[in-house]
Design a protein around this ligand. Structure first.
Ligand code: DX5
Ligand code: ZN
Length: 218
């Protein structure tokens, strides 16, 4: 497992001032960009051209989290837009292995996401195709929800499976991550932490990022 990474989600930032909002998190590891299509989740955010503009403007790399249907057809556009990593949801891909390989060929790190009701077991035989597993710790769609502690066993099972296969994948957790919950997820085996409202509602986003990183490493 690598040192903990903090990826603030810009979902609850001020979209009218997105450039400055990206600057506020310059001390983070990556900016987490929640792409929502109004179908896979009941919310709508950015498309590839907005992601491309953010990639050009952001002081740190982009971690694109695609909450979209038809991932097989749509995901490559986000790699081409300049994201460093692209995560699609297992539930939204017809051919996840083929898609993961296409994305890797396009030069990005590839994540695969699991909604709370989706088990990790269908992934176990294909883990080597990915760089990261995203275990959602809320039902995807909105920021500001409460961390689901019931996801901790899934994080643990995922970490055990990665170790047993002698692989080096990251485990990202997303949803309800804040000072009170981050250590639980870290202890279960997560090493990449998305935090939206905790960071963007803080007066000092940089200090919040540092505090979260320290709690995750403890
Ligand atoms: C939820 C998104 C998250 C969200 C996290 O569907 O994937 O990235 O922005 O927000 P918080 O940290 O407020 O739960
Ligand atoms: Zn997300």
């Amino acid at each position: 497992m690598s040192t903990p990474a903090i990826n603030p989600s810009v979902l609850n930032s001020d979209f009218m001032r997105i450039g400055e909002e990206l600057d506020r998190i310059a001390g983070a590891d990556r900016a987490h960009i929640d792409v929502m299509d109004g179908h896979f989740v009941p919310n709508l955010t950015f498309g590839p051209s907005m992601v491309e503009q953010m990639a050009r403007r952001s002081p740190i790399p982009l971690d694109a989290h695609l909450m979209i249907e038809n991932a097989d057809r749509e995901a490559l556009a986000y790699a081409e837009a300049g994201a460093e990593s692209v995560t699609f949801h297992l539930e939204a891909a017809n051919a996840p292995v083929r898609l993961a390989r296409e994305l890797r060929r396009a030069g990005v790190k590839v994540g695969v996401g699991l909604r709370p009701a989706t088990p990790v077991e269908p992934l176990l035989d294909i883990l080597g195709e990915f760089d990261m597993v995203l275990v959602m710790t809320v039902e995807p769609g909105f920021g500001g929800q409460s961390f689901l502690e019931s996801m901790l066993p899934k994080i643990r099972r995922t970490r055990q499976a990665i170790s047993a296969a002698n692989l080096e994948l990251s485990i990202q957790v997303d949803g309800g991550i804040k000072r009170e919950t981050i250590a639980l997820a870290a202890e279960a085996g997560a090493d990449v932490f998305v935090a939206g409202s905790a960071i963007y509602s803080a007066d000092d986003a940089a200090a919040e990022i540092t505090a979260l990183r320290e709690l995750a490493a403890a």
